[in-house]
Design a protein around this ligand. Structure first.
Ligand SMILES: Nc1ncnc2c1ncn2[C@@H]1O[C@H](COP(=O)(O)OP(=O)(O)O)[C@@H](O)[C@H]1O
Ligand SMILES: [Mg+2]
Length: 206
């Protein structure tokens, strides 16, 4: 796993060369403290506190427009919080010194709008970040991608382009793509919104 840049030093442990901090295995996977987020005059998140332990599944429910997507996007800093603290495995990602890329590499995200690359085949959508970010070779990336496509029931669609797939199929490609990065934790924004009820259970289990 990638090293994380040191943000806050431990008292009495600040010798030279001690500037790299690793994730704290005893810290919650995600801890959010007094998180506020406003868009202009509109305060969407008004002091959110919660934590998620390793292995725990937490669902956030609420009406449309209540801030669920904003909250998830703050957790990997796709959205800049107005104030508050977000710790990922003990590392404060609101600290400007944090190496965000290293933290984000451990957090998978499936967006509400899927965000597939429209000009790439399904298989390429699953392999490009594996090769570019994780430096996997083509053969390994293909193997992992195909295993995850099989998991979501799309083994026979690897050569299709996103526009030729149904909404539910696109959503499953997005899930398989996130799984292919083998992240420590996953953020799903409405992960089953476009799926048939029969498929919801399959996705939740994988
Ligand atoms: N980039 C943005 N600029 C301005 N307002 C936004 C932006 N993103 C979200 N909002 C507003 O924040 C509120 C919460 O949105 P969102 O987090 O998408 O809600 P949910 O996912 O629960 O439906 C909405 O009122 C939305 O209009
Ligand atoms: Mg939303």
């Amino acid at each position: 796993m990638a090293d994380i840049h040191e943000l806050s030093h431990v008292p009495g442990d600040d010798g030279p060369g001690d500037s790299v901090r690793r994730p704290d295995p005893d810290a919650p996977a995600i801890a959010v403290r007094d998180l506020h987020k406003s868009f202009g005059d509109v305060e969407v998140l008004k002091g959110i506190d919660f934590h998620v332990d390793h292995g725990q599944v937490v669902c956030v429910i609420g009406p449309s427009g209540s801030g669920k997507s904003t909250l998830l996007r703050c957790v990997n800093r796709l959205e800049e919080p107005s104030s508050g603290q977000i710790l990922v495995e003990g590392i404060d990602i609101t600290d400007p010194e944090t190496n965000l890329d290293a933290v984000r590499a451990r957090i998978g995200m499936v967006f509400q709008q899927f965000n597939l690359f429209p000009h790439m085949t399904v298989l390429r959508n699953l392999t490009i970040a594996q090769q570019r970010s994780l430096k996997r070779d083509r053969a390994e990336a293909d193997r992992i991608a195909r295993a995850n496509l099989a998991k979501v029931g799309l083994a026979d669609r690897e050569d299709a382009y996103p526009a030729h797939l149904s909404g539910g199929q696109q959503q499953r490609v997005a899930i398989a793509r996130a799984l292919s990065m083998e992240p420590d934790m996953m953020l799903f924004d409405e992960p089953t919104s476009a799926l048939d009820p029969e498929l919801v259970g399959d996705v939740s289990r994988s």
